[in-house]
Design a protein around this ligand. Structure first.
Ligand code: ZN
Ligand code: MN
Length: 477
């Protein structure tokens, strides 16, 4: 039996949500009219000089701290030279030998326990313009994106499967969202991922050459591309050949990767010091200021939820999996004043709905306040659980409040023992056979009788009270 080990390293570009671009005063905004947020600096006109944006550096340092990196003492920028139509200067201002953040790691949760994925570096650089290929064969250029600040996060090849890659990306995305330094929308290009992959034949100690898969635009594509490449590399090893060191592109329609170009060497880029930007010293006090201003991160929040709300680890990690969900849960808990009840409803009914409709929480027709109103009915026993679930479904469909739906349909639970007694007597009278069956030890008959009670009360009977009263009455009968 051959044993193969897959090595995956990721390079992730994240656009920072700063007010301004990295080296000029143009607005950093997505979706504006093409070429309206441009100036001589980000168009790369001769003689225009870049000035470093402070906010961009702060955001990048924040990311470095969140991923446990060491922060460099001086910012040194380099020119990375290559030709591309969306790169007006003929070089990108980036970082080569002195990335702003070094080392670091991010932990993912596997079934067998937590695993550390180490980072190589996080460096800062400017984004390029955007090419738009039209149907009639022309290519348009939009330079609004030119000069938007990016961080490039490079991992070590510590990822050993497509599933680990997915978990890593989800954790990374979530952490950056909590930090608030990027909106990390893959569909808008503010999070972009390249995969480096090769396979080792551990028995014979040979490894394939690394392939790089560029421009993957969803986590699903990352997973599929890794799985496709894994197979291709193993096949090469089994045929006694090897893969070429090359850059490939993933075709979403076929699920295959195709050759894009032979891989560039770092030396092809002719990195050189960017003399237009003076090195900036990063003082310890500045880092401390940034650290203090950092918001709570997913792992911290998870521990706090376990402590403050007495949630178990599983529930706490589900509820902190996304920033929106964690805020929704906290607000709901504050309003209902019952952490366990809130957790149950968010984790079952709300999450199920999101999954069914493949939606984000923000797209759902539900605020914590609206759900809290419904849960107050549950807590006080005015509405039973099953009815409440139906009310929630209707709230989501119509956007109406819990109170309106409950009032309009008269769904308040029947707790009144006199009223229940009357209904139960009727049910007993009409179903003598079932009563006998129950007396003779057929427990199922009780379920049938309860069903009749619920039917007569349109589901509004308090199930616990009705059940107790029914058994009492039968026993006295
Ligand atoms: Zn500009
Ligand atoms: Mn880059």
């Amino acid at each position: 039996m051959m044993s193969y080990k897959t090595l995956v390293g990721l390079e992730i570009h994240v656009e920072l949500m700063t007010e301004r671009k990295m080296f000029c005063n143009c607005k950093n905004e997505f979706g504006a009219m093409p070429n309206t947020n441009v100036c001589p600096v980000c168009l790369g006109l001769p003689g225009a000089l870049p000035v470093m944006d402070k906010e961009a550096v702060e955001y990048a340092i924040m990311a470095g701290l969140a991923f446990n990196c060491e922060i460099e003492k001086t910012i040194i920028m380099d020119r990375k030279s290559y030709f591309y139509p969306d790169l007006t200067k003929g070089y990108q201002i980036s970082q080569s030998d002195f990335p702003l953040c070094k080392g670091g790691f991010l932990e993912i949760d596997l079934d067998e326990g937590p695993k550390k994925i180490r980072l190589e570096r996080i460096h800062i650089e400017e984004d390029t313009g955007k090419q738009i290929h039209t149907e009639n064969g022309t290519t348009l250029l939009d330079f609004n994106r030119s000069g938007v600040p990016l961080i490039e996060i490079v991992t070590k090849p510590d990822i050993n499967s497509s599933e680990e890659a997915r978990l890593f990306l989800e954790k990374l995305k979530n952490t950056i969202k909590y930090l608030g330094v990027s909106d990390v929308k893959m569909e808008e290009g503010s999070l972009r991922c390249d995969v480096n992959i090769n396979v080792i034949d551990e028995e014979r100690n040979i490894r394939t050459n690394i392939s790089e898969i560029k421009n993957l635009n969803s986590f699903k594509s990352v997973v599929k591309a890794i799985e496709y490449e894994q197979k291709r590399h193993i096949e090469a090893l089994e045929n006694g050949s090897n893969t070429d060191k090359e850059t490939r592109r993933f075709n979403e329609l076929t699920g295959e990767t195709i050759l894009m170009r032979k891989k560039f060497q770092a030396s092809d880029y002719r990195y050189q010091f960017e003399a237009d930007l003076t090195p900036i010293e990063i003082k310890e006090e500045w880092i401390n200021e940034i650290r203090t201003a950092m918001p709570e991160l997913p792992d911290q929040k998870k521990r706090r939820f376990m402590k403050d709300y007495k949630l178990n680890e599983y529930d706490a990690s589900i509820l902190t999996q996304s920033k929106e969900l964690s805020f929704f849960y906290e607000e709901l808990t504050d309003l209902v004043n019952d952490a366990k009840l809130a957790a149950n409803w968010v984790m079952t009914d709300v999450l199920r709905r999101l999954k069914e409709e493949d939606k984000e929480l923000s797209q759902l027709n539900l605020t914590p306040k609206a759900l809290a109103e419904l849960l107050d009915y549950v807590k006080s026993g005015k509405v039973n659980n099953n009815t409440a679930k139906k009310v929630l479904r209707e709230m989501l469909e119509t956007g109406e409040s819990a109170k309106n739906i409950i009032d309009k349909q008269g769904l308040i639970q029947i707790n009144d023992e006199e009223e229940l007694s009357r209904v139960i007597d009727e049910v007993i009278k009409d179903n003598q056979q079932s009563v006998e069956d129950f007396k003779n030890g057929k427990d199922r008959a009780l379920g049938y009788l309860m069903g009749q009670i619920m039917k007569k009360t349109k589901g509004k009977a308090n199930p616990n009270t009705a059940n107790k009263m029914l058994i009492d009455k039968i026993n006295k009968n």
